[in-house]
Ligand binder design. Sequence first.
Ligand code: ADP
Ligand code: AMP
Length: 213
Amino acid sequence: MKIVMLGAPGAGKGTQAKKIAESFGVPHISTGDIFRANIKNNTELGKKAKVYMDKGELVPDELVVDLIMDRFSEPDCSNGYVLDGYPRTIPQAEALDSALKANNDSLDFAVNVDVPDEEIISRMSGRRACLKCGATYHTSFNPPKEEGVCDKCGEALVQREDDKEETVKNRLGVYHEQTEPLEKYYAEAGLLHNVDGTKNMDEVFDSIKIIIG
Ligand code: ADP
Ligand code: AMP
């Protein structure tokens, strides 16, 4: 099963992608997580990506496309994957289509998690992330058992640098301009499914399960 998650930053793509991955036995691939791991390890790729991420801009397509193609070659992708944060531009979607086509393959679903901008701002201000294992929490909607500590690995939780309000506003602008056109792209391919992302996390997942089976 090959799924693309669409939606604004903070709409809940990662939250739902993790649930899909767990239930359907496919890897959750988040380009944002891969970049953050590279930043943490101070790699060349991390250093390049950080310049864009800190400003709330997109990392250039050529860096992202190479990265995702490498990831697809890993053995855990043989049964599919759920993509979270990729593609974010039309050229990225086209690169994905070409790579799949070259293997006589195709995507199964594009799931768009729909949340209005006003709600995004409050979600992002409460998001807390574990930079060690990638788990995500929310101070009100999904708090960890112990404040500031990851339930899964015990690491201290942080507020992402790019979740500060000014950067979030910039990221929303970038989303509307460069990523939202993907809704039309996937609708024309007959793959787009919209879910109401303002419901609680379990209700959103129930709607997704109805779509993907
Ligand atoms: P994205 O991957 O789209 O950027 P996340 O999955 O990280 O978004 O979610 C953003 C924030 O909103 C997180 O703090 C998460 O815990 C919270 N969240 C996710 N889904 C919901 C929901 N349905 N209702 C309330 N909060 C949510
Ligand atoms: P995310 O964790 O998905 O919110 O991504 C965090 C940041 O990483 C984004 O604001 C971008 O700067 C960068 N990023 C992640 N995925 C992509 C992508 N597919 N294309 C360009 N930039 C990306």
